[in-house]
Design a protein around this ligand. Structure first.
Ligand SMILES: C[S@@+](CC[C@H](N)C(=O)[O-])C[C@H]1O[C@@H](n2cnc3c(N)ncnc32)[C@H](O)[C@@H]1O
Length: 224
């Protein structure tokens, strides 16, 4: 990780503390754990939410048989041009994770194998968390995996537990990894997998998310 990335990241944190929500980019150790065991067949897509300066992106690139099956979404107008320059083969959208399903649809990616998130759940208001989880619910198909990291010191904060509870309403129980201590600040990876045997339609309990979930049968492999 270049020192210039660390400075840029810190500068953006000072300008937008709640959105960037970390002093420096995640460590290599955390990045390795975020992608550990992920494999992609041709046509299987990956979404990265909040790639920042691209520490997880760097680990994802060698796993992708087809770079057109990647989409990275970050709201930050400084990080996105940097990512586009660094990974010209990948598609980065400057946009909101709340609309991840729309961004993925517009990118023509039909099958999502994994969503890798760097989003700062603990600093988000409830409605923003709800909107993103609702959008993920419309996006993720049976067998899709969602991974995020959460800092240990705020793992039990109300905003952190609220996010996990929202996710579990739709995606069931989650797994928590070992702690990565060599990270600013120490963190764990939390992951959910949408059950294979249920579709987005049948898995969905009633919530206040009124948008219709996408039927899993609509999914057609496209980016292959
Ligand atoms: C904690 S940083 C993580 C960056 C990188 N993944 C890492 O681990 O070093 C959070 C990132 O999420 C982005 N972000 C925050 N809220 C967002 C939202 N609602 N939609 C899209 N990106 C968002 C920020 O701009 C920032 O790049």
């Amino acid at each position: 990780m270049a020192l210039s990335d660390q400075f840029l990241f810190f500068k953006r944190f000072m300008q937008h503390p709640l959105q960037v929500a970390a002093l420096v980019p995640s460590s290599r150790g955390l990045a390795r754990l975020m992608v550990e065991g992920l494999t992609f067949e041709p046509g299987e897509g990956v979404v990265e939410l909040g790639p920042g300066t691209g520490v997880f992106t760097e680990r994802l690139v060698p796993l992708l048989p087809d770079p057109s099956c990647y989409i990275g979404i970050d709201r930050d107008p400084v990080f996105v041009p940097l990512l586009r320059k660094r990974y010209p083969q990948l598609n980065f959208v400057q946009g909101m994770a709340e609309e991840v399903d729309r961004h993925v649809r517009e990118a023509g990616i039909r099958r999502i194998k994994a969503v890798v998130s760097g989003l700062p759940w603990a600093s988000m208001p409830e409605q923003m968390q709800r909107d993103i989880v609702g959008s993920l619910n419309r996006l993720m198909q049976p067998g899709s995996e969602f991974r995020t990291f959460q800092y240990l010191h705020i793992y039990k904060y109300r905003t952190s537990t609220r996010f996990r509870a929202m996710m579990s309403e739709w995606f069931g129980p989650y797994r928590v990894s070992r702690a990565i201590w060599f990270n600013v600040l120490p963190a764990v990876v939390v992951s959910w997998r949408r059950a294979e045997e249920t579709s987005a339609v049948t898995a969905a309990p009633t919530t206040d998310d009124s948008s219709p979930p996408a039927s899993a049968t609509e999914a057609q492999p496209q980016c292959e």
